[in-house]
Design a protein around this ligand. Sequence first.
Ligand code: SF4
Length: 469
Amino acid sequence: MSMFKDIPVDVGVIYEGERIRKEDMYVELGGPKVKEKFELARVKKPEEVEDEKITIIGPDLKDMDEGKTYPFGILIEVAGPTLEPELEGVIERRIHAYCNYIEGFMHLNQRYDIWLRLNKKSFQKGLNSFQYIGKVLHRLFKSELPIIEKIQVTFITDPEKAKELYNEAIKIYEARDARARGLKDEEVDKFYGCILCQSFAPTHVCVITPQRYSNCGAISWFDGRAAANIDPKGPVFTIEKGELLDPVKGEYSGVNEAVKKKSLGEITRVWLYTAFGYPHTSCGCFEAVAFYIPEVDGFGIVHRGYRDIAVNGLGFSTLADSTAGGRQVDGFHGISIEYMRSPKFLQADGGWNRVVWLPKEVKERVKDFIPAELLDKIATEEEAKTIDELKTFLKERNHPVVERWKEEVVAVEEAAPAEAKEEAAPMPVVTASTLPITAGGFKIILKDAKIYAKKVIVRSMKSEKTEKR
Ligand code: SF4
């Protein structure tokens, strides 16, 4: 039975984390196939909001063709005497959780990246109108955030209107992020944490500092502060910084304690500004992945919207799988686009001096934050599609990582005995702070593992099965 009698499907936290596969979906809203998708919350004056009003611009769920994908926008307008525009980001991020509470309705990602699916079963049960979704949103927002006095929700599926509002939303996100820039981690005595993604990644804890934006790119330090103030028992909480243990890697005693507590002992240390050692955990809705490329000793970055394979031959989803789930994986790091604009971005690893490749679209978005002397030294898919092409490009442009190659060769030559000089220094093929291996009914966990191999054979399980048949 539903938590709300007038909603045809069940609503509750137990549905969070529910995935809807393509074959089970009735319709898809937003997602990788369409550009025009967004969710936006705006704080308005009381007279501008008609409480509980639901507007649908474009086809409603029942007017959509089964199996199709539609452009999609959700606009939430709220009013209340103590509501500040500062809370917009926090309210907006709750759309993710509340949509996921609806049985058979899946919401992934955030802002301009949203991806929703309705499954066939829930549609057949009667969930055939955005009116129902709107009602659920009204009720959950008002009950969980009582400072919201009035709320109206607009769903946009009309392609023209979605496009118009999408462009507006992008400008609003940018203005919001820009407002949060400038403040330094050293200037505050509190950070904020978020565990909203634990429904998907049970050991994940986001540590939100002025200079390390949340992984999803939707919650700044200011948003975190506002959220922790209005809803102290909610998913966003205060972290006392404690003692600064390492200013370069970004280790704070208070962060370690808070993360240990919130990850139920699984994660005990976090280094905020590095992808190695004890990197910040990665949930599943990070905007991009920074991945170490051992062949050039530098980082590639690939964002969620990139449809092609990255320079190391892997696509975003494979790279995302290598880091997601609330783990700390050496050299694979879920990040937000805004963190790339921070002076602390991968600071301990060399920052932008260590970045060698990223898609053109991302480079364009963050180019004002890349040191000018590096701008034409970092390759995009237009300059390098393979590691060999990347090596040639980096050498030609004299990228700072090229210096590291020389240093490594000298170091190896000095360290190696004469008879061993012929052999090149082996690069680890896998490095991980925690590497679980499941075999023969046992799970073996290797801590701080580095695996060297003479040869690596990558074979798809599918072809193996076919071969055996
Ligand atoms: S990515 Fe982090 S900040 Fe964003 S919702 Fe998830 S846990 Fe919260």
